[in-house]
Design a protein around this ligand. Structure first.
Ligand code: ZN
Length: 405
């Protein structure tokens, strides 16, 4: 395809649109948007394009200013001694995107450019029962402020990714959720799209966490993994061949509501004996708060455990035992090479991870001791525990832009 000599925001937007998706330039641009930086050889492998086709299109895109070399060799000497393959990257000036997490009492907002650099992160406080219209207005104000403060043009905004604490249907509607009851049935793609006048992409928070870990964190280069989040609730996400498994209506990967005991306690979902009731830390916080006679947050409980509080350590260990059973169920279904443990409780490190791994080993069909080292499922903490959800919302735009809307 013909590429204009001058780089414009419009040319990047048009190459990211679905009608350009099958041109070589469109495929290269979308692959770089999704993956960050890649060599020409990696682009050829991922897109399935011939090396010569990639070379021709890359030369055109370089001339247009849309892509450039990410890591030029430092000196003539380093070029002479085995020059590394040049990594290509989108020009950060070619476009920006916004990610927002609809948290329980605030909006967490991040802005990034198409080269995957994060420009700004902000938290906007909101009342506990805030609704969609207020959120859209505050988000619009926040985006305007971020762009003004950083000297960015709003015309370069490629889209807004939204993370919500509930399953999301393929058309962008929020399913029923006890965490965000005001949002049940709301079509965020239409509502935010009209308010913000840009492309909106939305997914649930665990899927966003998995996307962030894949793009920037502990799952970089690993296209098959499971993410298991331990907070006041349980979240999980499944990535297969680089794609999140969302299922038919957006209910894929909801492992927290597998019933381990059909006669057990009633869960917020209406089921009995769900994994979430004992693997999450909600019930443990009630016990800990009762014992100490004051409300204790999950972060405070983790801090207590890290300072050696025997009660907090025991409660995390108890949750880890049940979480390990849940992770083993996933292990028996998927046998993934990697399981990332995320969420506030993962900040306790080995206090959670050691008993969780032991429980996984006990409940999984394949035992690590019987497997070659390279065949053992690795269970490690996520690398972005502080902001994985909002970064993943940014990732929704970088990965999927142009596929809906
Ligand atoms: Zn449940």
């Amino acid at each position: 395809m013909e590429v204009k000599p001058q780089m414009t925001e419009g040319s990047l937007k048009s190459l990211l649109k679905s009608e350009s998706a099958d041109t070589p330039s469109g495929r290269i641009i979308r692959t770089l948007s999704e993956r960050g930086s890649l060599s020409a050889a990696q682009i050829a492998r991922i897109t399935g394009l011939a090396r010569s086709t990639v070379s021709t299109a890359v030369a055109d895109l370089r001339r247009s200013g849309l892509i450039f070399d990410a890591d030029p060799p430092e000196s003539a000497e380093s070029r002479a001694i085995g020059r590394p393959a040049t990594a290509l990257r989108l020009n950060p000036e070619a476009g920006t995107c916004i990610g927002v997490h609809l948290a329980i009492d605030e909006l967490r907002v991040a802005a990034a450019d198409v080269s995957h650099s994060v420009i700004s992160e902000q938290n906007i406080p909101l009342p506990l029962d805030y609704g969609p219209d207020l959120a859209a207005q505050r988000l619009k104000d926040c985006i305007a402020r971020i762009y003004a403060e950083n000297g960015l043009r709003q015309s370069g905004l490629l889209g807004v990714g939204v993370s919500v604490s509930a399953p999301v249907s393929p058309d962008g509607s929020v399913h029923r959720s006890a965490i965000v009851p005001n949002w049940a049935g709301v079509n965020v793609v239409s509502l935010f799209g009209a308010a913000l006048e840009t492309t909106i992409l939305i997914d649930n928070e665990s899927n966003c966490s998995a996307i962030a870990e894949h793009m920037w964190g502990a799952a970089q280069g690993q296209d098959n993994f499971v993410l298991f989040t331990v907070n006041n609730g349980i979240g999980s996400a499944i990535m297969v061949d680089g794609r999140i498994v969302t299922g038919l209506a957006g209910g894929g990967g909801e492992v927290g509501h597998i019933s381990l005991d059909p006669e057990g306690e009633l869960c917020r979902c209406g089921n009995r004996g769900c994994l979430e009731l004992r693997a999450s830390f909600g019930w443990a916080l009630l016990e800990l708060s009762r014992l100490h006679g004051r409300p204790i947050s999950i972060d405070a409980a983790v801090a207590m455990a890290l300072h050696g509080d025997a009660g907090a350590i025991r409660l995390i260990s108890d949750a880890a035992e049940v979480a390990g059973r849940g992770v083993a169920i996933l292990g028996n279904i998927l046998n993934p090479p990697l399981i990332l443990i995320s969420g506030a409780l993962a900040k306790s490190g080995a206090i959670l991870l050691d008993p969780l791994r032991t429980s996984f080993e006990k409940h999984a069909l394949l035992k690590s001791r019987e497997l070659k080292p390279e065949d053992r499922t690795r269970i490690i903490p996520g690398a972005l525990l502080a902001n994985d959800v909002v970064l993943g919302a940014v990732g929704l735009v970088l990965r999927h832009h142009g596929r809906i809307g």
